[in-house]
Design a protein around this ligand. Sequence first.
Ligand code: ZN
Length: 385
Amino acid sequence: MRRPFVVLLAVLAMPAVAPAQADSTTGPDPIAQLVARLDLERYKATIKGLTNFGDRRQGTDRNRAAVDWIEAQLKSYGCSNVARLKYEYQPQPPNLGPRQTRDTSLASGGGRNRGIRARTGVNTDSTKQPDARLRALDAQATTPGEREEVYCTKIGATHPLEMYIVGGHMDGIGWGEAANDDGSGTALVMELARVFSSTDVRTDRSIRFILWNNEETGLNGSRAYVEQRRALQGTKDEPKWLGMIQHDMMLFDHGMPRADGTLPPEQRPEADVNIEFQASAKFAAEAQLLAWGFERANEKYATQYPASVGSHMTNTDSAPFQDYVAAISLRENERGTQIGAGWDPNWHQPTDLYATYSDNDFRLGLNAAQTTLAALAGLVGATIK
Ligand SMILES: [Zn+2]
């Protein structure tokens, strides 16, 4: 298969196309101007809007209503060609075969477990949600069948049939509001769709903004996309994929659990955005370059929190893409060694509520948005008319 050298070239070329300072010959830096169009209060309002649909569990009326609301928002931003991917979801029967033994010193994704670990799990008990209004909102059970997920596309002016895919998952679980998992990533993608869709923004290449469904059941929405569209690449129906960037749980980096298993109540001052690729992927080399391009964009344009690069991307919607294109994910923590070790006590719990988070938490998500927006703007050759 031909490898997407355009990704390598575009990443390597970023500093040249993204001057940090205003220059008398080229005018003000368009990337800095675009980043300035992101705003903490707008980002928070979009997360709040998503929490109006409770946990948005797949296969429920509240999930379908959330897809409709997201679609209406994307249209209001002027994002073109709003469309839906349809697929069928039937849950798999539980695996009753012999249990595979696993090396417990290794985390999911291949990293090593270190330090203090706390319990993780998915809350399935409605009575653990003390808010009666939210308990009722989250009450309808899921049913198998047809599913839909919504996307829109910024069309490139010179290379419309080449695109980056930018995703977050809009479904949640746990009898809360799925504010962080993954209202925070969904809102980030929606805010980027808003900025790039502004009529005065021009890009050379295309960007697809997509809000996956069925992530929590095993990445079924992103797998369906790969299955239905991979072979169409390069036709008028599907631009060629240049990279896939996923956003999942963007707000909470309070550090490692303490010895008693509890977490510090405040965002740690050294919180960071974790950019992960998967070292075992077929496109690991390209994904790593893409990840470092994002790290450089963070250094230059993010207002507060830095970024770190890791090699153990796992359990996320970029995984179905990783053997076909450069695929990375952005998170509040590493998924395997940190979230998997209990660094986020609200993960899949009734406490994943909008009200749980402070502005220092929301600001970590905003810094991730600044990072992806800046990196993407360089990659697609964004300018302001
Ligand atoms: Zn998630």
